[in-house]
Design a protein around this ligand. Structure first.
Ligand code: CAA
Length: 260
């Protein structure tokens, strides 16, 4: 499939999506969101791919937000539909069975910060800048920011960022737990690929079940959450990867997982 607003690369079990609208600092319009949805769907059903990296084209922006020029004259109903589309696409990223890492290479503002937050975790370059500037435009965040930011950094810090529209640097984002690691810009993709390799060397069914247990369990009450974990744990014992992982340990050798 040919995309106009993003680039999809696939290599060595890793897919990389580059949001690619350099003239608008990779801002998200409807077409870009729809292409992102298609790309995620493609990755979901591609058995040769086990992990997704999302980043921005160029060296300035990850994604500078939803497209303000596009939103400028929307009606209330059009605004609602645009927000709902972004939410739906980001939910598809979040619930993709395969791990998703955000490689944040520059501005991650508004919808860009929200895109980074629907990934499993974020690695940032020193050039990354994060923020939810929406109130400065007279709107609320619309692609999940009011919900994912407090879940990631806590209610008080999230409300301060959401209400002030302050933009923070990569180190501050790391300090508050929004990103896990900060690298030099030229090392960003290699750092992310290195983390990806460590994930890919493990049993992929277990990785996917772990992701699902975290995502579903943290939305449930503790009793239901423990059942979700117990079910995931139990299911692992039906897999070849569990046999191989434990046999390899007992036989003091490296496991050779098949993802089966
Ligand atoms: N939408 C549309 N176009 C955008 C854009 C956006 N979010 N961000 C940047 N651009 C465009 C600019 O209009 C400019 O285009 P022209 O060259 O045609 O004028 C081009 O990208 C380069 O941007 P700047 O000249 O502004 O670059 P800068 O280095 O001076 O500033 C910036 C960079 C601080 C990121 C600044 O561009 C900026 O503040 N962008 C908007 C950030 C923002 O408010 N994002 C939130 C959007 S609302 C949202 O996302 C709602 C939601 O939750 C769904």
């Amino acid at each position: 499939m040919q995309f106009e607003n993003l680039i999809l690369e696939k290599q060595d079990r890793i897919a990389t999506i580059y949001i690619n609208r350099p003239k608008a600092l990779n801002a998200l319009n409807t077409d870009t969101l729809l292409e992102l949805k298609d790309a995620v769907n493609q990755i979901k059903t591609d058995d040769s791919i086990d992990l997704l990296i999302i980043t921005g084209s160029g060296d300035k922006a990850f994604v500078a937000g939803a497209d303000i020029a596009f939103m400028q004259n929307l009606t209330a109903m059009e605004g609602r539909a645009f927000g709902a589309l972004g939410q739906k696409v980001f939910m598809a990223v979040e619930s993709l069975e395969k791990p998703v890492i955000a490689a944040v290479n520059g501005f991650a503002l508004g919808g860009g910060c929200e895109l980074a937050m629907c990934c499993d975790f974020r690695i940032a370059s020193t050039k990354a800048r994060f923020g939810q500037p929406e109130v400065g435009l007279g709107i609320t965040p619309g692609f999940g920011g009011t919900q994912r930011l407090p879940r990631l950094v806590g209610m008080g810090m999230a409300k301060q960022l959401l209400m002030t529209a302050d933009i923070i640097g990569a180190q501050e984002a790391k300090r508050i737990g929004l990103v896990n690691e900060v690298t030099e810009p030229e090392e960003l993709i290699n750092t992310v690929k290195n983390i990806a390799e460590r994930i890919l060397s493990k049993g992929q069914l277990a990785v996917r079940l772990t992701k699902a247990a975290v995502n579903e369990g943290t939305q449930a009450d503790i009793n239901r959450a423990m059942t979700i974990e117990a079910d995931a744990f139990g299911l692992c014992f039906s897999t070849a990867d569990q046999k191989e992982g434990m046999n390899a340990f007992i036989e003091k050798r490296k496991p050779e997982f098949t993802g089966k």
